[in-house]
Design a protein around this ligand. Sequence first.
Ligand code: GDP
Length: 330
Amino acid sequence: MCREFKSPPRYQLDKKNMRNINLKNKKVFVAGHTGLVGKSLCKRLEKENCKILTCTKKKIDLRNFTKTNNWLKSKKPDYIFICAARVGGILENSLYPADFIYDNLSIATNLIHLSYKHRIKKVLYLGSSCIYPKFSKQPIKEDSLLTGSLEPTNEWYAIAKIAGLKLCKAYSVQHKCNFISAMPTNLYGPGDNFDVNSGHVLPGLIHKIFDALKNKKKTITIWGTGKPKREFLFVDDLADALVFLMKKYNKSDHINIGSNQEVTIKNLAKIISKVANFKGKFIFDKKKPDGTPRKFINSKKINKLGWKSKTNLLDGIKLTYKWYLKNKDK
Ligand code: GDP
């Protein structure tokens, strides 16, 4: 069905809007507030004394254009963080390509177009470091985008995220919207998906190690060779970076958010074992994919603006493990 609208008036490049933003008393919509990032972001936004708006997926499916349109029309947020996404680990990404591309594309097209239509003052769209080519020069700079082929295990998700960031840019260029996008490295923290099959490596290994301890098993299985490297960012640090960017960053070019803390998957398993006091051995299941060998992003741009991650990997894993022990049965 063709969705025709009377075009909203062209945005004036509002100089007032482009200055540092104060979120106090403003209506801030966190799309995806029940996810890993959304939950942490809502907690971080409490410090800003803004009015946080949320909607559950059951109430408004953000893939549904009409419902999303009606909701935004009635709530009239000032600012939007787009954290809503279909996410998953390497296996889940390879198993459900249609879901990953369709869900993420429709959330992005609906929310970004409707933000333009409803004249939202500023939008921050959240992507991922998997948008970069599989064999990018490391650390990966923002301008590596679209310079090579993607990692096949997550190309569907990556294509949707690239489309999302390009949508932000297109609306900024054509309609002068203040729509920005941020690309974080691999995330982890309390509230993550600890399901072994659908989640990412860090919560997956926490789950496996906990199970091994519980069942007095002497080994755990690590997918792939254990050699790929990943950079890990604690979710509360990401939430802080998102608020920082919403307040201060007004360029349509996407910006990386990293932690500068990179480990091999094998060493990650060793750190988690130490935290959990697991003394068993690792078995490497080489039939499972390694994915991209390395995706260490260059965070100089955000660092120069004055933001740096605070939580070191060991402390972040301790907090995550503690949260898991407390909440695993819920
Ligand atoms: P990616 O960063 O997009 O590749 O996503 P993941 O976090 O799912 O996987 C990162 C790396 O960890 C890949 O090389 C996986 O093969 C490896 N890995 C090892 N064990 C596990 C596990 O139990 N779960 C997941 N998701 N990945 C694992």
